[in-house]
Structures are given as C-alpha cells and as structure tokens.
Design a protein around this ligand. Structure first.
Ligand code: SAH
Ligand code: SF4
Ligand code: F3S
Length: 459
C-alpha cells in the first residue's frame, strides 16, 4: 500500500539537498510525500547538530509528532547529522519514541529500514559513515516540493542566502561530501565523515539535466567545497566544466574554506561571466591564538592578506563570512581582533554565532566552554551592530548603478514588483511589468536597506 511521508528539514543546504535525495530514493519505492504532517504514515526529521539549539528543537519535535496524533499510529524516522552525533542517546533513550534512524550516508537503506520497522516493530538503524558514498547515481527530486516542507533553524554551510522562493531557478548540487579539516569546535567531520568528491562528468550531467528542466542557476555544495578533488581535477576544473553547460547562466558555491583559494580559481572567477563574483569566506575568529586553538590553519594577518588578494584578483567580489564568538578562553582583547577584522574587511554580510560546545569534537575534550553566555551575547550584539552599518553602507553604494538581476519570484508585498538576486547575491526588489521567473534583467538601483536593494527595471 502507498505510504504517505512527511519530511521536515533543518540545517544547511546540504541537508536540503539530502532531503531531495531521500525523496528520489523513496519515490522509486512507491512512497508519496505529503505537505500535511497529520496525513502522513511516516514522519521523517532530517536533523542538524551544528549548535545546541538546532538539536534541542528536534527533541521537542519527536514528542510533538506523537502528541499531535491523538493515538493515531505514525512511524518516526531521524535522519541527518543528529543521527550520527547523538547515536547512543537516540538508540538507547527509552523516552524517545523513534522507529528508524539513518545517518547521512545511509539514505539508500531507508526503504529497507522502513520495511523492517513495519515488519518487526523494532527500532531500525544504519549509522555507517562511508568513504565512498556520493549518491552520484541518484537524481534528487527537486521542484516545487523542495521547499514546500517547513524548514527551520538555518544551520551551517548554509549561508548562500538564496531565498526559499527561488524554486525552479536555483538548484543545489552536492559535489563533495564530508570534511577532513577537523576545526576543533565543529561536529561535521564526525557527523558526515571523510571528504569524497563526485566526478566532473557526473556533476556536469546533473547540471545539464537541470538546465533542460529550466533551472538557470546551480549552487555547488560541499562541507568544504573548494577542497573538491576527483582524480586530477580540482574545484576550478569543475566550475569551468559546469560553466560550459548551456542554459545554466549562473554558478555559485558554498561553503569553502579559506585555505583553498589558488589563483587558478580566482582567475576563473574573474574571467568567467557565469561564475558569480561572490565568496563566502568563513573567518570564525580574528585572533591568531584563538584561530590556532580552532585549528583554522591561518592567522589574522594571513586572513587579511587573503582578502586583499581576492579583491585584487576579482574586483567587486562580494564577500560574506561566519564568525563564532566566545570560543574557549576568548578574552575581551581576543574578541577585539575579531571586531577589528570585521571592521577592516567590511564583509557584505556576516553570520555570527555563539560558541556552542558539541559532543565528539576536539574542543569538547580539550578546551572548556568557559566564556559566560552573557558575554557571548554582548559580543554578538556588538558584531551585529557593526555589520548592520557596514551592510547598509555597502548596499547604498549601489544606488545609481545598474545591476543584472536573476528574477526569482513576484514580490509578495508589492503587486507591481519582482524579486531577484544580483551577481553578488544581493536581494533586489524592483518595479517592473510582469517578466518571466528565471530571466536576467538590468535593474537600476535607486534605494537600499541593510536587507535589500530597491530599483526599477531598465529598458
Ligand atoms: N564547512 C563550513 C561550515 C559549516 S558549519 C565552513 O567551514 O565554513 C557553519 C558555521 O557554523 C561555521 O562556519 C561556524 O561559524 C558555525 N559553527 C560550527 N560549529 C559551531 C559551534 N560548535 N558553535 C557555534 N557555531 C558553530
Ligand atoms: Fe566544520 Fe571546519 Fe569542516 Fe567547516 S571546515 S565543516 S567548520 S570542520
Ligand atoms: Fe547541520 Fe550537518 Fe549541515 S550539522 S549544518 S546539517 S552538515
């Protein structure tokens, strides 16, 4: 009998992509995905473990799913990074009513796990991490349902900032999975295992199919995307190959690590019109001692030099970043270095997080979480205020300029406006006659807020 499935996704774009993979894997086995949780026979929670609040929400949801049912039966499955991070608790905690658990490399086993769960009534699980699984042979089920699911708690490698409404315009393609960097604060190498990459040909095939379906932009994904390596091909080779796909007009990528930006890649970005001039460059801290404790492999000065170099090579490049405040032993003076780097660099946008100690990480074993929460909050507030002014200043600098905007959707607030993204990923709201979603049009920028640019279609 056809089983109805509801899936909810937390965390980064990789998890969004994985949900699309899961849909494809189960669609082959005659499951139907539904938008209404109460209609579903099976509820799957695709979870994130990057910070404490991400996983606390999921624990709440597990109880909530059953409670809402008033006794009507439902199977609950836990997928994603919490599955591997909290495996012992999920498997042994008698208060958690879970039927099956699958880690990020075990989604092909889902049909078996679900069937076994129905057959035996026992908790089923597969949390094996693979050195090889890249799901190269699965074509994700994208389209309207991709973002139809409720999605919460932006997590991680996530911050390309592409609006959920951009369905049908942007598609994610995971080109590598896992991470070998072992930043001491980070749970990802434990939840997703070692780095592995798909072949260039396989990624290009996926991009071609997406172009045939009408997608105009692809965002290449990986926990550490610029470490992409398949046989003798590196990330620049991959980008170049994808840029040759007819119909794909823009290519973005997330999330890279500052250690892997060779000139070969920066030159490609500068010269290839399809490669958007936008880099997410996670700083994490501006203090060299803290960066060393974090195992980030660069100093304050090296990071500043990298920014100068990137800007010299790719004029006008938009830069965003991630910062953690209150890592173990971070003093006020240490934090001033982070403030200083943010002020000097003037990122276009920044995502700031309070340090959250995670099970399994090196920091949880070696470095105490000893900065009081109130101080972490103070530091976040200072960075947020600083960044808001910088973002506004940067956005206002576009006033009077004409930018190419990829149209994502009609504005929900203003009937005569459309919404899209400029090459640097800035959100642009502009007045226009109705135009096709997916068109790239010139827009004259007339106003700006910290959140968006506003303008008019230029004929
Ligand atoms: N691979 C990506 C990061 C994935 S996690 C990269 O290297 O950029 C996304 C962001 O979450 C990180 O950049 C970091 O700023 C934040 N983060 C990761 N672990 C964290 C932790 N334990 N506490 C607080 N923030 C964390
Ligand atoms: Fe985590 Fe560092 Fe890997 Fe990013 S590079 S996923 S922060 S270990
Ligand atoms: Fe979260 Fe896992 Fe992504 S921990 S941020 S879902 S890689």
């Amino acid at each position: 009998m056809l089983k109805k499935v509801y899936i909810q996704t937390w965390g980064c774009q990789m998890n969004v992509y994985d949900t699309e993979l899961v849909k494809a894997i189960l669609a082959n086995k005659k499951y139907a995905f539904v938008q209404d949780e109460l209609q579903a026979d099976i509820v799957m929670l695709n979870t994130c473990a990057i910070r404490e609040n991400a996983h606390r929400k999921v624990y709440g949801r597990i109880h909530d799913v059953k409670y809402k049912r008033n006794g009507k039966p439902v199977k609950i499955g836990i997928l994603g990074c919490m599955a591997t991070n909290l495996r012992t608790d999920l498997l042994e905690n008698k208060n958690l009513d879970i039927d099956f658990i699958a880690g990020p490399d075990s989604y092909k086993r889902l049909p078996d796990l679900i069937e076994e769960s129905y057959r035996t009534g026992d908790k089923q699980f597969d949390l094996t991490l693979s050195e090889f699984e890249t799901y190269s042979d699965v074509y994700p089920q994208r389209g309207t349902s991709s973002y139809g699911d409720k999605r919460e708690a932006k997590g991680g490698s996530s911050h390309s900032g592409i609006a959920p409404e951009a369905r049908g315009v942007n598609a994610w393609i995971a080109v590598m999975r896992g991470c070998n960097n072992f930043c001491t604060f980070c749970v990802v190498p434990y939840t997703r295992g070692r780095e592995r990459s798909r072949s260039v040909a396989n990624v290009v095939d996926e991009a071609k199919r997406l172009a045939d379906e009408g997608f105009k932009q692809v965002t290449l994904l990986g926990q550490n995307v610029n470490s992409y390596k398949h046989e003798d091909k590196d990330f620049a080779d991959l980008m170049e190959a994808v840029s040759r796909v007819n119909g794909i007009e823009r290519i973005r990528f997330t999330s890279p690590h500052p250690k892997d930006f060779p000139d070969k890649f920066l030159d490609l970005m500068a010269e290839n019109p399809k490669v958007c001039k936008q880099i997410h460059l996670p700083l994490q801290s501006g203090n060299t001692r803290i960066l060393d404790l974090m195992n980030r492999t660069y100093t304050k000065e090296e990071f500043l030099n990298l920014v100068d170099h990137v800007r010299a090579k790719v004029p006008g490049v938009a830069l965003s970043t991630d910062v953690i405040v209150g890592f173990s032993s971070e003093t006020d003076e240490d934090f001033e270095d982070t403030y200083d780097v943010m002020k000097k660099v003037e990122f276009d946008t920044a995502f700031t997080f309070k340090y959250s100690e995670r099970k399994q990480t090196i920091a949880s074993r070696k470095y105490p979480d000893d900065v009081p929460d109130a101080i972490k909050t103070e530091r976040i507030v200072r960075l947020t205020e600083l960044q808001k002014d910088i973002t506004l200043k940067k956005n206002r600098a576009y006033i009077g300029k004409t930018l190419d905007v990829l149209i994502e959707n009609p504005s929900t607030k203003h009937a005569d406006c459309l919404v899209g993204r400029a090459d640097g990923n800035q959100l642009v709201v502009f007045q226009s006659e109705p135009r096709a979603i997916g068109d790239i049009v010139p827009v004259k920028i007339e106003d700006a807020s910290p959140a968006a640019l506003k303008g008019t279609l230029k004929d």
